[in-house]
Design a protein around this ligand. Structure first.
Ligand code: SF4
Length: 294
């Protein structure tokens, strides 16, 4: 247990205390079916979700706090914020424990509600991760992610109103992406100025629909598992209808630097988390990722 350490952003409020750290599952699987995702490969290949009982989850949280002095906790469910009654029940049990937790979880913009978010914050969920994926409706629809712009906007507003930080996930290089739509996505991220972003490239993960499509179309895929690693030197993302894999990768790496160098972002981080976190981000940007295919 002493070897595990939280993500840097998870601990922006206490950047020097990323340990001890633990993760818990409260459910397995996901009822949705995004074509870039291979989660269903683990569970009979079909969309679906199985829930653990809230009492069992609360027992496990109690065990982690009492035995390992856990404060930083990741709820690793593919989609924790799904059924409001269940989320409220789990949060109520955690609140009753009286812990001082710093948790985060995955959510979908079309599944969160104001009461749910308020309760999550009370329980110690300080961060929610949303998969926005792209600013373009066409690009999102192309991978079966049919969330509407107004729903996205509303979810961001209510999450911020509940004082929960947002970790925003975006994917560059989805099948309908061109340079213009990828730029729209980067502009959206910069405009909304999230506390942290993950910029991924679209990858044909085995078990996903994109993998099937790539095989049928004879697209070049990684020859080794590490070629699917987002930060690996050998990473080989998918080309789009309009761009090569190298163009997508180059755009992603530049976007990452641009986002975290943005003065507006740095200032927001300084005000919310302090100058030591700005220094931490500057340090992070010194690491150059080597890329074989650029
Ligand atoms: S990307 Fe998220 S919402 Fe979509 S299928 Fe995978 S786990 Fe479910």
């Amino acid at each position: 247990m002493e070897k595990y350490r939280a993500h840097n952003w998870h601990c922006f409020s206490h950047i020097d205390q990323r340990q001890p750290y633990a993760i818990i599952y409260t459910s397995l699987g996901c009822p949705y079916n995004c074509s870039y995702c291979n989660i269903h490969a683990l569970y009979n290949g079909k969309p679906g979700i199985r829930f653990r009982s809230p009492e069992k989850v609360a027992e496990e949280v109690d065990f982690l706090v009492k035995n390992y002095k856990i404060r930083n906790l990741k709820i690793i469910d593919e989609l924790f914020a799904l059924r409001e009654d269940r989320v409220m029940h789990i949060c109520d049990l955690i609140i009753q424990g009286g812990y001082d937790l710093n948790m985060w979880a995955y959510a979908r913009v079309d599944a969160v509600s104001e009461p749910m978010l308020k309760k999550m914050k009370q329980a110690g969920i300080n961060w929610l991760c949303y998969g926005f994926e792209s600013a373009s409706d066409i690009v999102r629809r192309g991978v079966c992610k049919k969330t509407r712009q107004d729903v996205i906007k509303r979810a961001i507003e209510v999450t911020q109103a509940a004082r929960i930080h947002i970790l925003a996930n975006f994917i560059f290089g989805l099948p309908d992406d061109d340079l213009e739509t990828m730029q729209e996505t980067l502009d959206m991220a910069k405009e909304l100025n999230f506390e942290y972003v993950n910029f991924y490239t679209a990858m044909a993960y085995p078990g996903s629909q994109l993998y099937q499509d790539a095989i049928e179309q004879g697209v070049r895929l990684p020859e080794q598992w590490y070629g699917y690693g987002q930060l690996a030197e050998e990473t080989l993302p998918l080309p789009t209808k309009y761009l090569s894999a190298a163009e997508v990768l180059r755009f992603r790496d530049n976007a990452f630097k641009e986002y975290f160098s943005n003065p507006k972002y740095r200032e927001m981080v300084r005000l919310k988390f302090g100058p030591e976190v700005v220094a931490h981000i500057e340090e992070m940007l010194k690491y150059e990722i080597r890329r074989k295919f650029i």
